[in-house]
Design a protein around this ligand. Structure first.
Ligand SMILES: [Zn+2]
Length: 383
């Protein structure tokens, strides 16, 4: 059956609101479970609610009752989100309440943008091809970052037995490449940004060099191509063939990165116990889905939902079973029918599930939209 999850933050389900939150999920909406944010990037939320916080502004971090002793020996230790109220034992209580109802719990984890990581470990930050370090993201291909992520996933598996895990912010690299502050503005939507986002941090360079990649030749090729792209401001369509023109060293560097991501996902899925999904909103053009997906089928990809009739961002015919991510801006009254059509089309293409990222209490229109969209997707995808 087509799986459907509703994302939730700790402050959505404070003690007195847990059952009121879960009741409609199971009854009215017929969802499979809850996608609980367990580690977030910095966030700012404006929420329509009288009894919950109406504004959340957080630097992010771990959002569950973690055991700090598990992390005390690690070179990079995660931090709990300090500027938001995380109700006591909320994940344990959510797990118990969902278990009694037959609802699954999916964890949602920001990898490289998790709050607190880059501040605590600036030396693990991603770096662009000019050697400029990110102030927002650590590199998930850095062994110390991987050990931190692995330990978090192990704790989630040991103590909460989550059915699945959705990993976000895995590929963002030098994330400032996508900042609206980056000038010239004409770079917007250009593949120049993807070039600028490719990580050349010391850990990536060391790992690639150990695999006999000529890293300095790769960096030089990337600089030449980027200069060309910025100069000509070529758009994405014009740059379609760019991967064929980048030269051997850069192609080998990307091949190494694909293999390193696959090894990381293999480790994390071994630790998670359940299914692992990777959010590919920040997908880098230089790596294919096949390159990062372990062959055992336990890692799936989560694509942003696109309008019905729109060509998907990449050819997914060879992709493993995937799911879609439905952002909050789909959940308005005027988009109910487009959402129903888009989700049905995604299910036709083979999507086996969806995660709805509603912010704040569900409105009547969001409830209607989710209920109808899930019902239609299940008619299409009956597997
Ligand atoms: Zn790196």
């Amino acid at each position: 059956m087509f799986q459907a999850y509703l994302a939730t933050f700790p402050w959505d389900v404070a003690d007195d609101r847990l059952h009121a939150f879960l009741d409609p999920l199971q009854g009215e909406l017929g969802l499979s479970g809850v996608a609980a944010w367990v580690a977030s990037a910095p966030l700012i939320q404006c929420r329509a609610s009288a009894d919950a916080p109406s504004m959340v502004y957080s630097s992010g971090g771990l959002l569950f009752e973690y055991q700090s002793c598990r992390y005390s020996e690690l070179p990079i230790q995660p931090a709990g989100a300090r500027d938001v109220h995380v109700p006591d034992r909320w994940l344990s209580r959510l797990r118990e309440a969902c278990g009694r109802r037959g609802l699954h719990v999916r964890g949602v984890l920001s990898a490289s943008r998790m709050g607190g990581l880059v501040e605590r470990a600036p030396s693990a930050a991603t770096q662009n091809l000019y050697g400029i370090a990110s102030r927002q993201a650590v590199c998930p291909l850095n062994p110390a970052v991987q050990e931190c992520l692995r330990t978090i996933v192990a704790e989630l598996s040991d103590r909460f037995a989550l059915e699945s895990l959705l990993i976000t912010d895995l590929f963002c690299g030098w994330v400032e490449a996508y900042s609206p502050l980056l000038e010239p503005a004409r770079l917007d939507r250009s593949i120049a940004r993807a070039f600028l986002a490719r990580c050349f941090c010391p850990a990536c360079c060391r790992g690639a060099a150990e695999a006999n990649v000529d890293v300095e030749a790769a960096r030089s090729a990337a600089r030449d191509t980027l200069a060309d792209l910025v100069g000509e401001s070529r758009d994405g369509a014009a740059g379609q063939g760019i991967s064929n023109a980048i030269g051997v060293p850069l192609a080998e560097f990307d091949t190494w990165r694909g293999a390193a991501y696959r090894a990381l996902l293999q480790r994390l899925s071994n630790e998670a116990g359940g299914r692992v999904l990777v959010d590919i909103r920040d997908w880098t053009l230089s790596i294919s889905p096949q390159a990062i997906t372990p062959a055992d089928g336990r890692v799936g990809l989560a694509f942003p939902l696109v309008e019905a009739g729109t060509k998907p961002a990449s050819d997914r015919s060879e992709s493993p079973p995937n799911e879609v991510l439905v952002e909050d801006n789909w959940l308005t009254l005027d988009r109910v029918e487009p959402l129903v059509r888009a989700l049905a089309e995604a299910a036709e293409r083979g999507a086996i599930g969806a995660t709805f990222h509603a912010i704040g209490p569900l409105t009547t229109s969001a409830t209607t939209a989710i209920r109808r969209a899930v019902r239609f997707a299940r008619r299409v995808n009956t597997a």
